[in-house]
Design a protein around this ligand. Structure first.
Ligand code: NAD
Ligand code: 2YG
Ligand code: MG
Length: 259
């Protein structure tokens, strides 16, 4: 799995504000409104314990401090524990944290200690980016394209099917496509075919996954994928609203999911 780098997290607040403006312009709602709509919950100053985790590839510089910035941006009372790992977890629980945030190389969770709810970053990221794409004001139909059906994209596609969109999807992995067709009822999409979408969810770890034949002249591309899958020239030739941000939107979704 591709891990975040400290460079991805540079200028996080600016990236957040810029994306929030794009989302408002494209959907009429901001990130918090979208999360409230998805989960039917609100945040109310909860205490969030952020536990650095050293296992595997270890601490990512700025990861915990970025989580602190995000929790504070959404009006919560965040704190990074002094120690990492089990000692840090003990510290967070002992200091009465309502929600614990922590990640190793495989899974990133939010756990609400009050109500027992637990949420993962990959599912919450897929769901929130899918919801953003689906709320595009200038959509020309209910057709929506999902590019990449891994942990994030599969959850996004599932969310869109539940919301009754016509969900087309593409992943080069045949078994993944077959599973998504059988389990979710997605419509298999062939990237060689000319079918232009005004709403796109891209969730791959690769660049240049989006081609001219896939996108309507005016469209919303909602993509958690790092690096960005949209080639620069396609962005220049079309009127594209691009939502793309490395951490905040997914974490907001996790926080609302456990309320
Ligand atoms: P994953 O490895 O589980 O899935 C990636 C999928 O993309 C795979 O199924 C792969 O076959 C598919 N794929 C590769 N090239 C493709 C192409 N050209 N067209 C279509 N599909 C293609 O990864 P994941 O956990 O789902 O994460 C996806 C991306 O999202 C990664 O870059 C990850 O770092 C990023 N991510 C971002 C956030 C965020 O908040 N921005 C959160 C979580 C993950
Ligand atoms: O506590 C730390 O500093 C580290 N143990 C954090 C490790 C996080 C690893 N996960 C990722 O890089 C992502 N794939 C998931 C993060 C979500 C946003 N892209
Ligand atoms: Mg995010």
């Amino acid at each position: 799995m591709a891990l975040l780098t400290p460079q991805d997290l540079e200028g996080l607040t600016k990236q957040l504000e810029c994306n929030n403006n794009t989302i408002k312009k494209a959907t009429g709602m901001d990130i918090a409104d979208i999360c409230k709509q998805i989960y039917g919950t609100t945040l109310d100053g909860e205490k969030v314990g952020i536990v650095p985790i050293t296992s595997g590839n270890g601490i990512i510089t700025n990861f915990s401090s970025s989580l602190l910035t995000i929790t504070e941006y959404f009006g919560l009372d965040g704190a990074i524990t002094e120690h990492p790992d089990v000692t840090g977890y003990y510290e967070a629980v002992s200091s009465d944290a309502d929600i614990i945030l922590m990640a190793d190389d495989h899974i990133f969770i939010a756990h609400n200690m009050r109500n027992g709810k637990i949420a993962t970053n990959h599912v919450c990221t897929g769901v929130v980016y899918a919801e953003i794409a689906s709320r595009y004001k200038y959509a020309d139909s209910k057709d929506i394209l999902v590019i990449g059906l891994g942990r994030v994209g599969y959850a996004g596609a599932q969310h869109l099917v539940k919301r009754n969109f016509d969900v087309y999807a593409y992943d080069p992995d045949r078994e993944t496509m077959e599973k998504a067709r059988k389990e979710l009822g997605i419509i298999p999409y062939d990237p060689e075919e000319e079918h232009k979408f005004s709403m796109v969810l891209e969730a791959t770890p690769n660049p240049n996954t989006i081609s001219e034949g896939m996108v309507a002249e005016r469209c919303l591309i909602s993509t958690p994928g790092i690096p960005c899958g949209l080639p620069e020239d396609i962005g220049e030739r079309n009127e594209i609203d691009l939502v793309m941000e490395p951490l905040t939107i997914g974490v907001a979704s996790m926080l609302y999911a456990v309320m």
